[in-house]
Design a protein around this ligand. Structure first.
Ligand code: FAD
Length: 307
């Protein structure tokens, strides 16, 4: 059996594996796709101490760093079921079972997409999902935020300080964001909020976004908004479908509940990064929480007698 088995090969999983392996204990990583969301990212400007890098380059560095240690790297493998006991058993989708004394869950999350024409084509060319990451790229330009929940209104307030103008489009006839956020957004001169608006298309010029089209659900009319950027803020879905109904406690949003040390409701099972109730979904945050989870797993191992 492994001492530490990490599920997920994004920044959280890679950091966890490196921290675990440096303790000289048997460490493995099971990942569907090494690199995770970072693989889908173009420019990265907030990876502290590296002013600019690109997703695939950061992933190559992560992989090299992991491979400097004795870590069993099992990629293109999907975890299907986790069962606790003397050893924790992890069943893979291919039918194989791995056992470990401790497990770190780092399966990440994915942004909910609008599923409208142009969204995929202009992803990274104006269509963005992370205001902390991509906001500064639209300095002095007009942008739209899709979604009037807390993350959408927070994004609008954040972006309003950087860009020329923000238009928020909300599908429903009311905003779901906290009242204090709504009040703040309404007080900002360069933020407009349109309700009952169903985004139907991302418009581009072949290279980059030039605007979007929405249907006014009151009148049925189709309308255009000219923008250089579209921030989609309609939810982040944690990759925990395979854990639902199992032993590990999830929050009402489907995130794995962890304490400050990354411990879950199951002894010996830890979680880190975007999949967990760790606040703020960012690369450096995921790496920090992965490291925390690995140190906590090591602490657990030295206090728990071998079965
Ligand atoms: P992920 O990166 O999501 O990795 C999850 C890992 O788990 C993957 O290896 C995946 O294959 C694996 N996995 C999932 N399910 C299973 C399963 N059942 N079995 C086995 N493996 C599984 N953050 C920044 O700090 N700066 C940026 O500039 C930035 N830009 C971004 C741009 C885009 C387009 C996106 C989508 C995100 C961006 N982020 C950025 C956010 C950042 O990428 C995430 O916060 C970070 O990747 C989270 O790391 P993670 O390891 O928790 O999860």
């Amino acid at each position: 059996p492994y001492d530490v088995l990490v599920i997920g090969g994004g920044p959280a999983g890679a950091a966890a594996a490196i921290y675990a392996a440096r303790k000289g204990i048997r460490t493995g990583i099971v990942a569907e796709r090494f690199g995770g969301q970072v693989m889908d990212t173009v420019g990265i400007e907030n990876f502290i101490s590296v002013p600019y890098t690109e997703g695939p380059k950061l992933v190559a560095n992560l992989e090299q760093h992991v491979k400097d240690y004795e870590v069993d790297l099992m990629t293109e493998q999907k975890a299907a079921k986790l069962t606790s006991g003397d050893f924790i058993e992890l069943e893979l989708e291919n039918g194989a079972t791995l056992t470990s004394r401790s497990v770190i869950l780092a399966t990440g999350a994915r942004w909910r997409e609008m599923n409208v024409p142009g969204e995929q084509e202009y992803r990274g060319k104006g269509v963005a999902y992370c205001p902390h990451c991509d906001g500064p790229l639209f300095k002095g330009k007009r942008v739209a935020v899709i979604g009037g929940g807390n993350s959408g209104i927070e994004a609008a307030i954040d972006l309003a300080g950087i860009v020329e103008h923000v238009t928020v489009l909300e599908f429903a006839d009311t905003l779901r964001a906290d009242e204090v956020l709504q009040r703040k957004a309404r007080s900002m001169k360069n933020v407009d909020i349109i309700k009952n608006a169903q985004t139907t298309e991302v418009r581009g010029d072949g290279n980059k976004v030039v605007g979007l089209t929405y249907t006014d659900r009151d009148s049925g009319e189709s309308k255009n908004v000219d923008v250089a950027g579209i921030f989609v803020q309609i939810g982040l879905i944690p990759n925990t479908d395979w854990l639902k109904g199992g032993e590990v406690k999830l929050s009402r949003f489907g995130e794995i509940e962890v304490d400050a040390r990354g411990a879950t409701s199951v002894p010996g099972v830890f979680a880190a990064g975007d999949v967990a109730t760790v606040p703020y979904k960012q690369i450096v945050v995921a790496m920090g929480s992965g490291s925390t989870a690995a140190l906590s797993a090591f602490d657990y191992l030295i206090r728990t007698p071998l079965p």
